[in-house]
Ligand binder design. Structure first.
Ligand SMILES: CCCCCCCCCCCCCC(=O)SCCNC(=O)CCNC(=O)[C@H](O)C(C)(C)COP(=O)(O)OP(=O)(O)OC[C@H]1O[C@@H](n2cnc3c(N)ncnc32)[C@H](O)[C@@H]1OP(=O)(O)O
Ligand SMILES: Cc1cc2nc3c(=O)[nH]c(=O)nc-3n(C[C@H](O)[C@H](O)[C@H](O)COP(=O)(O)OP(=O)(O)OC[C@H]3O[C@@H](n4cnc5c(N)ncnc54)[C@H](O)[C@@H]3O)c2cc1C
Length: 695
């Protein structure tokens, strides 16, 4: 029934409404005004970043279609229970599958669809690791047997490596696969409590098959972790097979649509052919045939593939967070110094712009590094398929450090973006809390970040030691050939504007990394009492400096990739000069922001003087101002759709307050006016005789 308001009430209210309206915010107009400030052609950059106009339009077309399906509807997204999330995640996966079949779409379209719906569920590991493991570890016969079933979703798999007792230290896995040559079978077994598999995504309630990482024993000898494929659930009634105990590990910090699981095996027999035998093999008689020495770590290849995809995705997630925060802080107005004046857009506060715009620049930096990373992985696959594993060590070092660096940056960046949105950033309807809780596990899974940095540091120190004995280095570590020269080098910047020179910035990144490498090698030598030892106490006691080195190197790599990518764009004339200028500002802002944060090392080493640091800071602040007018256009160029962001604050029309109010309607607490607590608790309590008088 309509609420009746009398005329007198309306007249009295009119004046105050007028007063409020005179300086109240108009978010839609604010965002439109921001867009009008663009100094470059947003459409051009949008198409460039997203692989062309056709892809941009195709994505929008898909979003339009799937948003109307039951599984693609996101209105309940923030209100689901864990069980609902899990079932919804499955519906999404199969919804996408049917949609792809119906429209005859390929894998790259599938990726777009998954990213649009963004509802991680029980099939993540099937797509992300089970199928890739079959491709990289199975021999041609095994691939012919398993891949069609996996690709048609006849079976659903996961990657079961981590155990209660061991995740990082893969060689310490306790699950055993013991070969019985009489029956030409392996007996797979969980001999201890700590050998219980724990964490694999989809293992709890979804997967019918697993890639099992277990220690291979044959003829009484332990050959360490190897990959096996085995069935764990019946394809008839989905119940666990004999000797197998499986379940869900319970709620997590985020990512709760995924049924991460546990698994115990009790003397389960699997055929000899269950061992994935592309590299290492077992003969029917039980003789172990090792992989060639060059690819001794071949069984770790899936992890490297996933690390590469994680690096590729880091930029996307940071860009999403920054899009939400930039749009919102452009329309959010707070505080005015004089009465009658409009309140300030919060993005105009130096503290907000000074935090958010460097993140925007970083999102662009990660975009370019992600592309380089995937290219490097693809190149590795090509040479691997020719039997050439020579670039494996560099790929491992590169992907480990970047996985750690990019996920650290993105995790922190999402949280910073949320904080910059104030109170509304704390609402799940902003999209930022869920993005954080479901992203931050990237710092842990697929190799804890510190552990990954240590792998990169190890490679760099070994490279440096090699260079000192005359070895030629290649790839990103090449600069270490000149480490001794770098130790004496001083920065030659003498004016603020000279800090804009990419060569000056790159030199600072490189010098810091080179010096840290020399320092780390020195410390390791000292701890080792002579020749550096890369394990045990000497190594453990050098962890902090080695991680610092790997961070510095990864920052150098990300900056270099940004610089080289922009150079390539310029020399190929791919973008108009105004667009390149906008990107160059971002490159400078990214570089100087990182260097500013790390000046302590460079002052300590003597590479920079206090005056040069002052100049650097001033130039960094100037770049924040230079980027400010393009803030909204630059996030628009990422090309995220409202459907994709699923955020009241990130709306492309800027209508954030309406967005919050509309999205909140779906809260289950709003299903009735009195709310679920009235009948359950409140009524009885509040109507108790005497309760009013007590209050
Ligand atoms: C479509 C796309 C969808 C994507 C969706 C995503 C969904 C998926 C989501 C994902 C969900 C997540 C799912 C999950 O989480 S799955 C579980 C992931 N688990 C891990 O990542 C475990 C992390 N641990 C390791 O990787 C290893 O054990 C480490 C690396 C720590 C040490 O290992 P180890 O103790 O054995 O070695 P070492 O230190 O004695 O070093 C010995 C030598 O080996 C070299 N070395 C080491 N490793 C590699 C390597 N890989 N390639 C080449 N070389 C390598 C190393 O440089 C050294 O060389 P050198 O110095 O002697 O020359
Ligand atoms: C959401 C999620 C999903 C996952 N999905 C899967 C999956 O599908 N399949 C699967 O097999 N696994 C999965 N994992 C497991 C994941 O790969 C491991 O948790 C990860 O590799 C870290 O190992 P850990 O838990 O043993 O950490 P730990 O190694 O116990 O780390 C604890 C601390 O010790 C430090 N540390 C450990 N070793 C060293 C060292 N050598 N030197 C210095 N510091 C060290 C680490 O830096 C860390 O701070 C998942 C994990 C999560 C959180």
């Amino acid at each position: 029934m309509a609420h009746f308001v009398d005329a007198r009430t309306r007249v009295l209210q009119e004046e105050s409404t007028k007063a409020v309206l005179s300086n109240c915010s108009d978010p839609k107009a604010d965002l439109a005004a921001e867009r009008a400030r663009a100094t470059f052609d947003v459409g051009e950059l949008l198409h460039y970043l997203n692989g062309g106009r056709e892809k941009v339009e195709r994505k929008a077309h898909f979003a339009e279609l799937i948003s109307r399906t039951e599984w693609g509807n996101k209105s309940e997204r923030y209100f689901q229970t864990r069980e609902e999330q899990y079932v919804h995640g499955l519906k999404v996966a199969f919804g996408i599958w049917d949609f792809m079949k119906e429209k005859r779409l390929g894998i790259s379209d599938g990726r777009v669809l998954r990213s649009l719906v963004n509802a991680p569920g029980g099939l993540e590991l099937h797509i992300g690791m089970f199928i890739p493991s079959l491709i990289s570890h199975a021999n041609p016969e095994q691939q012919a047997k398993w891949l069609p079933k996996a690709q048609s979703l006849e079976i659903i798999g996961t990657y079961a490596q981590t155990e209660l007792g061991h995740g990082t230290f893969v060689r310490g896995l306790e699950t055993t696969a013991t070969y019985d040559s009489d029956r030409q079978e392996f007996i797979v077994h969980s001999p201890t409590l700590t050998s219980t598999k724990w964490w694999p995504g989809g293992l709890g309630k979804t997967a019918t098959h697993i890639i099992l990482m277990a220690r291979l024993f044959t003829k009484g000898k332990d050959y360490g972790p190897h990959a096996f494929i085995m069935q764990i659930r019946s394809l008839e009634d989905h119940k666990p097979l004999t000797g197998i105990t499986i379940g869900d590990i319970g709620p997590k910090f985020g990512f709760n649509g995924v049924d991460n699981g546990f698994l115990r095996l009790e003397y389960v027999r699997i055929p000899r052919e269950a061992m994935l035998m592309r590299f290492a093999k077992i003969t029917p008689e039980g003789d172990y045939v090792p992989p060639p020495p060059a690819n001794a770590k071949a069984s770790y290849a899936t992890m490297m593939y996933v690390r590469s995809t994680i690096v590729q995705d880091a930029g996307k997630f940071l860009s999403m967070a920054v899009t939400i925060a930039t749009r919102y802080t452009s329309v959010r107005r707070q505080t005015t110094s004089s009465k009658g004046q409009r309140e300030t857009q919060v993005l105009d506060y130096q503290s907000v712009a000074g935090s958010l715009l460097p993140l925007l620049a970083t999102a662009y930096a990660l975009h370019f590094t992600g592309k380089v990373m995937m290219q490097m992985y693809t190149d590795f696959e090509r040479s691997r398929d020719r039997g050439d594993f020579s670039n494996l060590p560099e790929l491992h070092a590169f992907s480990s450090g970047l996985k750690a660096m990019c996920t650290t940056i993105t995790s922190e960046g999402i949280e910073k973006s949320r904080l910059l949105c104030g109170g509304h950033g704390y609402s799940r309807l902003s999209g930022l809390p869920d993005m954080y809780t479901s992203y931050v596990q990237n710092s842990t899974w697929e190799g804890d970040n510190n552990v990954m940095f240590l792998q990169t540091g190890r490679y760099l120190i070994k490279s440096l030691l090699g260079a000192m004995t005359g070895k030629t280095l290649s790839g990103y570590a090449k600069y270490l050939e000149n480490a001794q020269f770098e130790m004496k080098e001083r920065c030659n910047v003498s004016t603020e504007v000279q800090w804009l020179d990419p060569a000056a910035q790159l030199a600072a990144f490189r010098n810091r990394a080179a010096r840290l490498c020399v320092d780390a090698a020195e410390q390791l030598k000292q701890e080792s009492g002579g020749n550096p030892v890369f394990e045990g106490e000497p190594w453990d006691n050098s962890n902090v400096i080695v991680i610092k080195l790997a961070v510095a190197h990864s920052q150098y790599v990300i900056y270099k990739n940004f610089m080289d990518s922009l150079q390539g764009i310029r020399s190929r004339g791919e973008l108009q000069p105004n667009t390149v200028r906008a990107l160059a500002d971002l490159q400078g802002l990214f570089g100087l922001t990182v260097l500013e944060r790390e000046v302590g090392d460079m002052l300590e080493s003597g590479y920079l003087s206090a005056r040069q640091v002052k100049l650097l800071r001033a130039q960094q602040r100037a770049l924040v101002k230079a980027v400010r007018p393009n803030a909204v256009p630059l996030v628009d160029a990422f090309g995220f759709l409202d459907y994709e962001l699923s955020s009241a604050l990130g709306r492309s029309d800027g209508d954030v307050y309406r967005g919050l109010l509309e999205m909140a309607q779906a809260s289950p607490l709003n299903r009735t006016e009195e709310g679920p607590g009235w009948k359950a608790v409140l009524e009885a309590q509040m109507k108790k005789p005497g309760s009013r008088s007590r209050l």
